[in-house]
Design a protein. Structure first.
Ligand code: BTN
Length: 319
């Protein structure tokens, strides 16, 4: 039995005696205590230890269930993993296997090397947030246009349907509530974008995260915003349904079908911003986005457009 199965036993939030846990794991009661301390520190989980009762997690974990997800999404090929390095990395490996059915989704309870944009690490503690990769086949280069913006809309719609009504988009694809990040998107491409290729759409949503180590920016979570824990299977299912729906529309009509919705959800529409690309900084006012998903800025009275994965947008402090 793996150490993570200890967390599965405790996921219900009830008391479990050291003896019961030790028997399930085939280890001594003192070894149980040591492992629990390690797990609770590693995954930032609050654990209560009460003499005569045993151990319980302060908050139950809503764990992923392949059965529940497959029942809601019967035609989707899907994998649910306990711990992976990165669901995006795993999806890219799967794409290299012959005859893998597309689209497919990979979800994990935790990631040891979750990837963020611009080479950053995505903190991924066990059972608290959503880590999901969705792999699709792209037949035409036009399907890549503004793809990450369209994915942002799917995530926004999913969050809204779980009560996060004030979620906004930050170009190109961050999702924020009151200035705090609630979800992020990382698209990774495999193959030749000028020909048939595959895209792995990686999405991380802070679902029931209340406490975390190592996140280097202001963050929030669904539970922090709404005040109650979210059923992660339900959130994942709605997200996958929304993704399927927006991707089908995007394939058919392009970003034009989403342009208005995207700009309406854009937090910094009309704001004075600073765009950073490496050592270069450009100050301007946000006019909106083009049909390719590029950012339109008014710079010194002239409209300019910007696109690319390495750009960072910040609000200008003097605005
Ligand atoms: C960002 O920096 O905002 C993008 C974060 C994307 C994180 C998700 S979690 C699931 C998928 N697997 C990864 O390794 N990264 C993405």
């Amino acid at each position: 039995m793996s150490i993570l199965q200890l967390l599965r036993l405790l996921a219900d939030g009830r008391f479990h005696s050291g003896e019961e846990l030790g028997t399930a794991l085939g280890i001594s009661r003192s070894a149980v205590w040591k492992r629990l301390q390690q797990l609770s520190a590693e995954h930032v989980l609050a654990l209560h230890k009460v003499r005569g009762k045993g151990y319980r997690l302060e908050q139950p974990l809503s764990l992923l269930s392949v059965g529940e997800l497959s029942a809601r999404l019967p035609s989707l090929t899907l994998w649910v993993e306990d711990c992976v390095d990165s669901t995006n990395a795993m999806a890219l490996k799967k794409l290299a296997e012959p005859a893998v059915a597309l689209p497919f989704a990979i979800l994990a309870e935790s990631q040891s090397a979750g990837r963020g944009r611009r080479g950053r690490h995505w903190v991924s503690p066990y059972g608290q947030s959503l880590y999901l990769s969705y792999a699709i086949r792209v037949e035409r280069a036009a399907q890549l246009q503004a793809l990450s913006l369209v994915v942002g809309l799917a995530v926004r719609r999913a969050l809204q349907s779980f009560g996060v009504s004030n979620v906004g988009l930050k170009w190109p694809n961050d999702l924020l509530v009151s200035g705090c990040k609630i979800a992020g998107i990382l698209l990774e491409l495999s193959g030749d974008p000028a020909d048939v290729c595959h895209v792995v759409i990686g999405i991380g949503i802070n679902a029931n995260l209340l406490d975390a180590n190592g996140i280097d920016q202001a963050w929030t979570s669904v539970q922090r915003v709404t005040g109650c824990p979210v059923d992660r299977n339900a959130l994942a299912a709605v997200l996958l349904e929304q993704l399927d729906c927006v991707l089908a529309e995007h394939r058919e009509h392009g970003f034009a079908a989403f342009h208005e919705e995207w700009e309406a959800g854009h937090l910094w529409q009309g704001c004075e911003v600073r765009l950073t690309s490496g050592v270069h900084e450009i100050d301007g006012r946000v006019l909106g986005v083009t049909l390719d998903g590029a950012l339109r800025l008014l710079v010194d009275g002239v409209e300019r457009t910007y696109s690319g994965g390495e750009l960072t947008l910040r609000l200008r402090h003097d605005s």
